[in-house]
Write a protein that binds this ligand. Sequence first.
Ligand SMILES: Nc1nc2c(ncn2[C@@H]2O[C@H](COP(=O)(O)OP(=O)(O)OP(=O)(O)O)[C@@H](O)[C@H]2O)c(=O)[nH]1
Length: 324
Amino acid sequence: MGNKIGVTILTGFLGAGKTTFLNNLIQKYPNTKFAVIENEFGEVNIDADLVIDNQEDVFELSNGCICCNLNGELREVLRKLLNSGKKIDHLIIETTGIAEPDGVAAAFIGDPSIAQLFEINAAIGLIDVKNFDFAVKNHPVAMKQITFADYLVFTKCDLATEEEIKNIKFQAKLINPLALVDQVTLDQFVTKDIINLNSYQSDKVEERTSFVPLNHQHQHGDVVSHSFSFEGEVDAVKLEMWLSVLFQLQFEVIFRFKGIFNIQNEENKVIIQGVRNESKIEIGSVWEEGEKKWNRVVIIGKGLKREPLEKKLKSILAPNATIL
Ligand SMILES: Nc1nc2c(ncn2[C@@H]2O[C@H](COP(=O)(O)OP(=O)(O)OP(=O)(O)O)[C@@H](O)[C@H]2O)c(=O)[nH]1
């Protein structure tokens, strides 16, 4: 992460346990100086008062949602934070239960002055196992939160049976095959090194993408997750053109995009992540000698049909490539 301040985004539907988790998280790292941005969709920000105040800097963004009308204000707070001269090791943003986390993440990737100083570390999605069905059936945003998370934490497991938890974990993994999963109960400390997940680093993307089933499709309501793997070299210009169309014109329906590409004349893997209408392109590890040069792409979104995507992927490839 270099000298940049790592950013963890906490997402999850209303009442999923974000503030509870945040407090546990802060306590887990007594030597880390956190700044916390609390966003609540009401004029009075109650959550900010519920954050245990271990001399953390808690900023409140109320009466709106940072994924939309408060995005400018979020940028303003980040600038203030930097100009304050205070030592900050890590920033946690707790979004409202109805926020689309990609809008928050996009601010860190799309704004060069912010991206220079902050780096998204991971998006944590909390899922209340007792309310999972209700939330995903009735609120498309809950589904979007799950698709965007790098790490899914199941809460209120103390209130559910083993069978219920297993079933919900299974469904959530189908919706978001890229995410790591874990579970907590009330007041239980987080065991994973949450602030160092580094999910946006190219090696972690490579690692997670390799766990996704090959050439798979899964549908949950109108949210569908497609994975593709194919051999052959990709034409960089054609890929860029396709992605710019995808991210500029279709970002409303593309919730998540991660890909590892074998680009023509490039010795290293090229890692591409799409966050709303922004994309992050990084050079990954070198293709090892004898390693099969698979391109792997995972696209999760609303009502996405497989055939046009497959056709598009074929069109960016050199003629000898085959999609399996
Ligand atoms: N039994 C049980 N209760 C929990 C657990 N996690 C959170 N809660 C309770 O659930 C309620 C909501 O938790 P919060 O942490 O405020 O949830 P939130 O996601 O921040 O809520 P909003 O900001 O309203 O979206 C609180 O009463 C918590 O004490 C859990 O694992 N088990």
